[in-house]
Design a binder for this molecule. Structure first.
Ligand code: NAI
Ligand code: MG
Length: 323
């Protein structure tokens, strides 16, 4: 039996996570889910977005399924739950798969999740502010290995996106990527971040596994989602050496929360990535989703009139039609 922590969050978080759980339960009976609370409401009670006791329990699980939480602006001392979890659990590799579900193509992005400009707070003076962009040997090695292994599994290559012509950190990172890739026999193509953005807009599907540091990855991966048709269908995984967390990339979408029309596909495909991580059958979920999208009624963000529940049921009946 696998043990999976579930943090549904708020807004549409609970709506889409419930769909993902229904889909998982239609594929396997080898997962038991344990629900945990977290986010701003918890912060108001205890001064932290998640309790120490819960974190301790979560560390013992096999994986985490996460929905979304609303992060209010301008609350001193509040850091969003997802950022807290990435840091606490050292989830250093952020993998986003941006699918074109109608033809099977994908944009695959591996973003370093713990270093770069987000590794520590900057310092402010009266006449300037300084941020630190940190790339360490260990940090660069582990993310390079992650991306290179993924490229191998997918029979693909790496597109390493950087600004090594200007930034010392990227020159350092580049040496490590090239060395490991050569040893592993994986091809590395290189792209400079600014001109790469044009390629990603014009010709998004041909870049193998895109590997980049934290802030570039943050920006590239949001841009890439426009090719998916809706932000509501894009899944992601945050991987560490001990545990991994799976979540749709969208937020809590307060504008549509409670209406029953949230697109569940991003959460469902995140669960598919989780099944793959656990060594279970995620493929069947991907395939069922692709089939459903070809003829099925979709939610309004994709031009349809379906509810969350109808899309979920549709995907589950595709799963049952396989056996
Ligand atoms: P958002 O992703 O929640 O929404 C952006 C737009 O996309 C909205 O119009 C929304 O209706 C639509 N959308 C998002 N997911 C959808 C889905 N599954 N189906 C159909 N339509 C969908 O981003 P926004 O509005 O910038 O943020 C709202 C809240 O979510 C904020 O408090 C933000 O901090 C939080 N957030 C949380 C994240 C997390 O917990 N991982 C990630 C991103 C934002
Ligand atoms: Mg972002």
């Amino acid at each position: 039996m696998y043990r999976v922590a579930v943090i549904k969050g708020d807004g549409i978080g609970p709506e889409v996570v419930d769909s993902a759980i229904r889909v998982v339960n239609s594929v396997t009976d080898r997962i038991r889910f344990y629900e945990f609370e977290g986010g701003f409401e918890v912060f108001k009670r205890i001064g932290s977005p998640i309790s120490e006791d819960d974190l301790k329990e979560i560390r013992k699980m096999d994986a985490i399924l996460f929905g979304a939480t609303t992060t209010p602006f301008n609350v001193p001392g509040y850091r969003s739950l997802i950022v807290t979890l990435r840091k606490e659990l050292d989830l250093y590799a952020n993998l986003r798969i941006i699918p074109d579900l109608s033809n099977g193509k994908e944009i695959v992005i591996v973003r370093e999740n713990t270093e770069g400009l987000y590794a520590r707070d900057g310092i402010g003076f009266s006449d300037r502010a300084i941020d630190f962009r940190i790339i360490t040997l260990e940090g660069a090695r582990r993310i390079a290995k992650f991306a290179i292994n993924l490229a191998k599994e997918r029979n693909s290559f790496i597109t390493f996106v950087h600004k090594a012509n200007v930034l010392k950190g990227d020159r350092f990172f580049r040496e490590i990527v090239l060395e490991i890739a050569e040893r592993e026999g994986v091809e590395v193509r290189e792209a400079i971040i600014d001109s790469f953005m044009i390629k990603l807009v014009k010709n998004p599907w041909d870049h193998g596994v895109i590997l980049t540091e934290n802030m570039f990855g943050d920006i590239i991966s949001d841009l890439a989602t426009i090719h998916a048709g809706s932000i509501g269908i894009v899944p992601s995984g945050n991987y560490g050496d001990e545990i991994a967390l799976f979540e749709p990339i969208h937020g809590s979408a307060p504008d549509i929360a409670g209406k029953g029309i949230a697109n569940p596909i991003g959460a469902i495909l995140s669960a598919a990535m989780m099944l793959d991580y656990l060594g279970l059958n995620g493929k069947v979920v991907w395939e069922a989703t692709r089939r459903y999208v070809r003829y099925g009624n979709l939610t309004p963000d994709m031009g349809g009139t379906a509810t969350t529940s109808e899309v979920t049921k549709g995907i589950i009946s595709e799963i049952y039609s396989f056996d």
